[in-house]
Design a protein around this ligand. Structure first.
Ligand SMILES: [Zn+2]
Length: 215
């Protein structure tokens, strides 16, 4: 068992050697500062590594991950990351990226108790209930996939309603918000929203008033 963890340290040494062979100043430059253009809010799922699936490098994406990539207004962790990214780092884009086959979404769709996590996943149940008329006719797999998409759009809406994003929009017309879904089976990312950088586009894309977000 211990060899697995030792392997990570071994891998790290190899990675350092590779980086230095490509660019001897890689770490000294990286240590000076960070200027990421993107904030990524993604699922904690080990199969959705933001840097790798977007072919980006250290320093390019500021990252927040939690189970089922939720944006919950009372989550101080998420809000702190968002505030720092938007107001201090001044990121240009905030991406919420969910994924098909999300265990969090699947758990929220069932009645089995998993413990504390059930409380975290509550909001997904609310989303499912709210959009039940469009989810009900779908078969199980299609319903789960659609709920993944709807939940991502709902998180984008939640982001757009934070004072942090609203103030940044008023001040500099950015960041742009994006809702994406990653497909584990193909490796491809499917955008679920257009680029959103004001209240009007937010309403148009999410169409919450009409109850038909994502259509
Ligand atoms: Zn997930």
């Amino acid at each position: 068992m211990t060899e697995h963890i030792l392997q990570l340290l071994q891998n790290n040494e190899e990675w350092v050697a590779e980086r230095l062979s490509e660019d001897p100043a890689f770490f000294t430059e990286m240590a000076k500062s960070q200027h990421p253009r993107y904030l990524w809010i993604g699922c904690a799922d080990s199969r959705v590594p933001p840097d790798e699936i977007t072919k980006t490098h250290p320093g390019q994406i500021f990252v927040h991950r939690n189970i089922a990539n939720l944006v919950i207004q009372t989550d101080m962790n998420m809000l702190s990351v968002l505030q720092y990214a938007v107001e201090v780092l001044k990121v240009e884009h905030v991406i919420v990226c969910g994924h098909y086959g999300c265990g969090g979404v699947r758990a929220a769709m069932g009645n089995h108790q998993y413990g504390l996590i059930d409380n975290w996943l509550r909001q997904i149940k609310d989303t499912q209930n709210y959009y039940w008329p469009q989810l009900a006719p779908l078969d199980e797999k299609a319903r789960e996939n659609r709920l993944v998409e709807l939940s991502v759009i709902e998180q984008v809406y939640n982001l757009g309603k934070t004072s942090i994003v609203q103030n940044a929009w008023a001040e500099r017309g950015a960041p742009y918000l994006h809702g994406w879904v990653y497909d584990l089976e193909t490796g491809l990312i499917k955008p679920q929203t257009s680029m959103i950088n004001n209240e009007e586009i937010l309403k148009e894309v999410c169409k919450f008033e009409q109850g038909i977000i994502g259509r």
